[in-house]
Write a protein that binds this ligand. Structure first.
Ligand code: RB5
Length: 153
């Protein structure tokens, strides 16, 4: 229908350090009407962040209109892992401004955050900014630069 906004499709995941924050953020995003698929982990039992980052990355690549959210202790490990995918552009955001610029200029499609560094209220603000900001795809220079990202490596 004209004017109807498409539901945001989000794949979310965490390791044990991010499990609790992932549960809270998942509920928050669902409440906002997003379609959220939880790819684990599902307990606080120790697990390896590259495994869940791979699962989220695979889904986001498979659904090009979708987004990923990954939480570990620092947001660093999951960002490193998921950025191995050619068409994933993950930002490890510690401020809302970083999330905003990563969407506007870099067309980031995955947001990573660190539960040991960022509290849940701040995470919600960062996620809000990430999801409410569009890529500036009218700007040829940003489109050209983002396109180049897919051809590295
Ligand atoms: C787990 O202790 C921790 O190393 C992990 O959550 C993450 O912060 C790695 O980058």
């Amino acid at each position: 229908m004209i004017g109807e906004k498409k539901k945001k499709l989000v794949f979310i995941g965490a390791d044990h350090a991010g499990f609790k924050a992932k549960e809270d953020l998942k509920a928050y995003l669902q409440q906002k009407g997003f379609e959220v698929t939880d790819l684990g982990c599902f307990t606080e039992e120790s697990c390896d962040y590259p495994d869940v980052a791979r699962e989220v990355g695979e889904k986001v690549v498979e659904h090009p209109e979708s987004f990923g959210v990954l939480i570990c202790g620092t947001g660093i490990g999951v960002a490193m892992a998921v950025n191995k995918f050619k068409d994933i552009r993950a930002v490890n955001a510690v401020t809302a401004e970083m999330a905003e610029m990563a969407r506007k200029h870099n067309n980031a499609n995955v947001l990573t955050m660190g539960a040991r560094l960022t509290d849940i209220d701040a995470m919600k603000k960062i996620a809000d900014k990430f999801f409410e900001t569009d890529f500036e795809n009218g700007e040829e220079r940003h489109v050209r630069r983002v396109e180049k990202l897919s051809h590295i490596g």
